[in-house]
Ligand binder design. Structure first.
Ligand code: UDX
Length: 458
């Protein structure tokens, strides 16, 4: 099928590349022409496992095209995937102006029937507004539009794999034509019949992909409800960590055993600095606002958001207590991205911690395997080191702020010997407290018994 993707951000690029990978002819467009120019010259603007290979290969084959001519893309696609941003407004509501703009453009430029698919995360009932906009601004052309909602559940770092091997595909449709077209688009994934770029064609056995067909309103709600539930789960684990600290239990032991219950599940119970990124925090906010507007009390979610904000303050307080005086202390920071395997620093807890400590006069030396360049543009006044060892050199404290696996396997003896004071404050519970104490570290993390080589202060 011929598919147009509008918006070449993270979701648009991954979706466009994967739809081309499974055999469709895809044309991607964006109103940022510099982005399109870069993509056409082989520059992929985000770090995402497998994406670069897929984009370059399919672009070279002609199955994936990039154009800054939005009307051209609209006319070319039988299906149009809307993948534009819905950033938070000051009120917490999602800003839907880009969605409206795109709907208006589709209405005025389309000359043949179109299936318009919302892929962007939007509040429930946006589909209704999109349909209205298509009707209102498409008058006179006699073009038939179908609208559908097809939320994505892509995690940064594994997005290509998530797209090609999803646990479920949600189709929010209001008519059979839309359902038929979407089934056709996703058939290669439902049958798992494509040459997988992630597993070099040899995919491990996986459960069959579930296809969930719902109304548009339900599909829109499923996305917000899922992300908000994940946020609730993380905040729950973080409160359990606080309890463990007060009552001398170990959060790793507690959450591991909890997760063995299939009704609970083991994922998203990792305690630490809390959730960040461009999805969870904004989706939680938008869902709270949506509930308020609908007259439903969702204090439960408000509390999860509050717990998450408190993580940053609790961590900074921990640093203050351990260092006593923050001003002029050299502090090494390991990790700036909002999570591992991404260069994304949007709403990153690490950035928030660094900002606060820098404001208090700490001399920060930071390292991140992928996100340093982006962080430098945002925080030009701190120092950036070439690797983790250079970050630790001469530091009076080393903070672990992102769960990059490579930090776990550092030569921690070498790190210790290069630090001015062997103090590690681990915001991601990445290291083993007993081992760190054995190595002579003063080591703090969340919700685990402190086993420090010196008298603990927190
Ligand atoms: C999320 C959803 O998982 C995905 O389905 C949706 O499509 C987009 O939003 P992503 O933003 O890539 O994906 O990040 P995710 O892996 O969900 O992690 C979010 C944050 O939670 C990160 O800051 C991570 O460090 C934190 N986290 C995650 C925890 O603190 N503890 C956990 O147990 C899991």
């Amino acid at each position: 099928m011929k598919i147009a993707v509008i918006g070449c951000g993270y979701v648009g690029l991954v979706s466009g590349a994967c739809l081309a990978e499974i055999g469709h002819e895809v044309i991607c467009t964006d109103n940022d022409s510099s982005k399109i120019k870069a993509l056409n010259s082989g520059h992929i603007p985000i770090f995402e496992e497998n994406l670069e290979d897929v984009v370059k290969r399919l672009h070279a084959s002609g199955r994936l095209k990039f154009t800054s001519d939005i009307p051209e893309a609209i006319r070319a696609g039988d299906a149009i995937f809307i993948c534009v941003g819905t950033p938070p407004l000051d009120t917490g509501d999602a800003d839907l102006s880009a969605i409206e703009n795109v709907a208006r453009l589709i209405a005025s430029e389309a000359r043949s029937p179109k299936l318009v698919v919302e892929k962007s995360t939007v509040p429930v009932q946006t589909g209704k507004q999109v349909r209205r906009a298509l009707q209102v601004y498409g008058r006179g052309h006699g073009v038939q539009f179908h609208v559908a909602s097809n939320p994505e559940f892509l995690r940064e770092g594994t997005a290509v794999e998530d797209f090609l091997h999803p646990d479920r595909i949600v189709l929010g449709v209001e008519d059979q034509g839309a359902e038929r077209q979407l089934r056709e688009i996703y058939q290669p994934i439902l049958d798992q019949k494509f040459k997988c770029p992630v597993h070099a064609g040899k995919c491990p056995p996986m459960p069959p992909v579930k296809l969930v067909v719902t109304t548009i309103n339900s599909a829109e709600l499923i996305k917000h409800a899922s992300n908000s539930f994940l946020a609730l789960k993380i905040s729950y684990a973080n409160v359990i960590a606080d309890l463990c600290e007060r009552l001398s239990a170990n959060v790793d032991e507690v959450t591991a055993a909890m997760g063995m219950d299939p009704r609970i599940g083991s994922q998203f119970l990792r305690a630490g600095l809390g959730f960040g990124g461009f999805c969870l925090p904004k989706d939680v906010q938008a869902f709270i606002r949506l509930a308020e507007t609908a007259g439903v009390d969702f204090s439960l979610l408000k509390e999860a958001e509050f717990v998450n904000k408190r993580r940053i303050s609790a961590f900074v307080e921990r640093v203050r207590k351990a260092l006593w005086i923050v001003k002029d202390k050299q502090v090494g920071v390991l990790g700036l991205a909002f999570k591992a395997n991404t260069d994304d620093i949007r709403f990153s807890p690490a950035i928030e911690v660094v900002t606060r400590l820098a404001r208090e006069g700490a001399r920060i030396q930071a390292y991140d395997p992928q996100a340093a360049e982006r962080a430098q543009a945002l925080l030009p006044d701190i120092q950036y080191a070439k690797d983790a060892y250079a970050t630790a050199k001469g530091a009076e404290a080393l903070l672990i702020l992102t769960e990059w696996p490579e930090f776990r396997s550092l030569d921690w003896e070498k790190v210790r010997d290069s630090m001015l004071r062997p103090l590690v404050i681990d915001g991601r519970n990445l290291l083993n407290p007993g081992k760190m104490a054995e190595l002579g570290y003063e080591y703090y993390s969340f919700g685990r018994p402190e086993r420090s080589a010196v008298v603990p202060v927190v």
